[in-house]
Design a protein around this ligand. Sequence first.
Ligand SMILES: Cc1ncc(COP(=O)(O)O)c(C=O)c1O
Length: 357
Amino acid sequence: MTPFDFAPLLAPGLPAAAAKWNGLAQYSFVGGNNDPDHVPVDRLIAAMTAVLQREGTTLATYGLDSGPQGYRPLREFLAAKLRRTAGIVCTADEILIVSGSLQALDLVNGALLARGDSIITEAETYQGSLNRWARLGVNAVGIPLDRDGMRMDALASALDDLKARGVRAKYIYTVPTVQNPTGTILTEARRHEMLRLAGQHGVPIFEDDCYSDLIWDGKRPPALYSMSQDGGVIHIGSFSKSIAPALRVGYIVAPWPILSRMLPLKTDAGSGALEQMVLGEYCPQHFDAHVPELNRGLRKKLETLMDALNEQFGTAAEFDDPKGGIFLWVKLPDVVDTMKLYKSALAAGVAINPGPE
Ligand SMILES: Cc1ncc(COP(=O)(O)O)c(C=O)c1O
């Protein structure tokens, strides 16, 4: 029998077809995967058992007994944690639990962006964000970074330049705390300056903060969200890097007038309840002790990686020792075409992200 042909029926503008998954490379440095030895499996089992025994019948209702914004004890944990660690003062009502911060990107974009809009971003940034802007037909203006994160002189020029052309950027997207991929942390002085420039131009800031728990010395500058005087910041975070990415639990913190425009775009009737319940039970007791342990493991891996690069590449591989996170941003001599290198490396069982991606 001839197999049914869907091709003539496909919607226009679809992304390229997915490749079939062939397993991870033997040495995989791509994607934000976590360290398997640091997933707190036993405690997650205990938390899951306890919460299901106590509240399992609430699974009968969409949104449990917590409504469409997600499991309330988890939102309450987040409100307390964000106040303690990032200086963010918010209530559980200003938090929306989402299916990983990737869904947060979609909801923020859905509420704010239309084809032809402009946004501002760090020149090197997260592939998942870049892909979304390309797909949406949005003009992304890249601002160079140095060791202290996004350069404020360049941001000021870009904002002036857009203004001169009559364009108001829809947001300034930043990963200010352990930036992906450069690993930089935006200094507090620059945070003040970014807020000042954003306020002056009437442009909101979109703060993507999923790495801020993973800092070796545990010291982070306050979140942009906490420093804002006018409420023009949307903050997103995730449990992917601090606990486990496969859980698919992230969150948005935003003032209600904008959160209430994103919530109707979340059309999946709520993110998976079991993972929210297990985190809501696990985190209040164990999150604070878990994170430094995870960081010790990540730091050890980073040191092994840096030692190996120094040994094998010598001065050809340039990198800074990042203050945290899960990535190392390596610069190779200009003669190296990383798109070619990544293919040869993959054939040898080593997966890396070439910069142009
Ligand atoms: C900057 C940034 N934002 C968002 C994400 C998405 O993470 P998740 O959807 O797992 O929360 C990642 C993942 O690597 C990231 O690096």
